[in-house]
Write a protein that binds this ligand. Structure first.
Ligand SMILES: Nc1ncnc2c1ncn2[C@@H]1O[C@H](COP(=O)(O)OP(=O)(O)OP(=O)(O)O)[C@@H](O)[C@H]1O
Ligand SMILES: [Mg+2]
Length: 147
């Protein structure tokens, strides 16, 4: 497990760019943490690395948005409004795992549907400092990232 502290939105974006460089079409990252903890900012960092930042829109009402890098697709999920894991199966959620990299906000809801290789990133806010986030990165299966 890796633990990183960021002291600004920009530092979280910088961390995401470092990770973006190391992802591929098989990467699955679930992002966990309360409202406003930085999950979308982190996703923005990933997309910015691939020159896709202009296109980011919250997938809140569609559950998933698709982006295309020159080499692979990136699917950005926001599962805040997902009722339960059955709804994920019924939208064909698992099929995306085969189609490209998946970045999944509120991904704890579908953790049991994931293939064995994935990365779990947990964002925590700090009571004292509104710009501080504690970011814990956990690796499952053969997933790996170097910071
Ligand atoms: N260190 C930090 N890292 C990331 N965001 C930060 C940090 N400090 C302050 N912020 C602010 O916190 C907010 C994070 O919002 P963001 O939309 O990324 O959260 P979220 O986890 O996606 O929330 P939601 O669950 O509503 O989708 C932004 O307004 C951002 O400017
Ligand atoms: Mg969000």
């Amino acid at each position: 497990m890796l633990r990183v502290i960021t002291n600004s939105e920009d530092e979280t974006i910088k961390l995401a760019k470092k990770i973006a460089k190391q992802i591929n079409e098989n990467t699955i990252i679930i992002l966990i943490g309360e409202l406003g903890s930085g999950k979308t900012k982190f996703t923005e960092g990933i997309l910015t690395y691939y020159g896709l930042e202009e296109e980011i829109s919250s997938p809140t009402f569609t559950l998933v948005n698709e982006y295309n890098t020159s080499n692979f697709n990136i699917f950005h999920f926001d599962l805040y409004r997902l009722a339960d894991i059955d709804e994920f199966y019924s939208i064909g959620g698992e099929e995306y795992f085969e189609k490209g990299a998946c970045i999944i906000e509120w991904g704890e809801m579908i953790e049991s549907a994931l293939p064995k290789d994935y990365i779990k990133i947990v964002f925590s806010k700090d009571n004292q400092d509104e710009n501080k986030r504690i970011i814990e990165i956990e690796f499952f299966g053969k997933s790996e990232i170097k910071l």
